[in-house]
Design a protein around this ligand. Structure first.
Ligand code: FES
Length: 100
C-alpha cells in the first residue's frame, strides 16, 4: 500500500487509485481542469517516488514533476513537494477557538 507524503502529513492509497482522486479525498487543495493530462493545471513537484501513468499525458512536465490526474502511485512512498498550506485545516483548530 503506497503512502503519499506532504510535509509532515501522510496518507495511504492503493496501487490502483487515481492520485488526483486520492488528493481530493484527503481534501488537499490542488488545482485541476481537464483531469485528462492535457492542461497541466494539476502539475505537482515530486521529491521522491514514482508514479504510473494510466494514460499518456500531453501536458509538459519536468523530470521532477507529475500530473496527478492521470497517474497512480508506483513506489512505496511518494513524497510531494507541496506547501503545507494545501493541507486541510485541522478540525480542532475551529473547536479550540474562544467563542468571542
Ligand atoms: S487536470 Fe489537466 S493535466 Fe491534470
Amino acid at each position: 500500500m503506497p503512502f503519499i507524503h506532504i510535509g509532515n502529513t501522510f496518507f495511504s492509497a492503493t496501487k490502483d487509485d487515481n492520485l488526483l482522486e486520492v488528493l481530493e479525498r484527503e481534501k488537499i487543495n490542488i488545482d485541476y481542469q481537464c483531469r485528462n493530462g492535457y492542461c497541466g493545471a494539476c502539475r505537482v513537484k515530486v521529491n521522491r517516488g514514482e508514479v504510473n501513468y494510466t494514460k499518456q499525458p500531453l501536458a509538459y512536465t519536468s523530470p521532477n514533476e507529475i500530473l496527478p490526474c492521470c497517474c497512480t502511485v508506483k513506489s512505496a512512498d511518494l513524497i510531494l513537494d507541496m506547501d503545507e498550506n494545501v493541507l486541510p485545516q485541522h478540525q480542532d483548530d475551529d473547536d479550540n477557538r474562544l467563542p468571542f
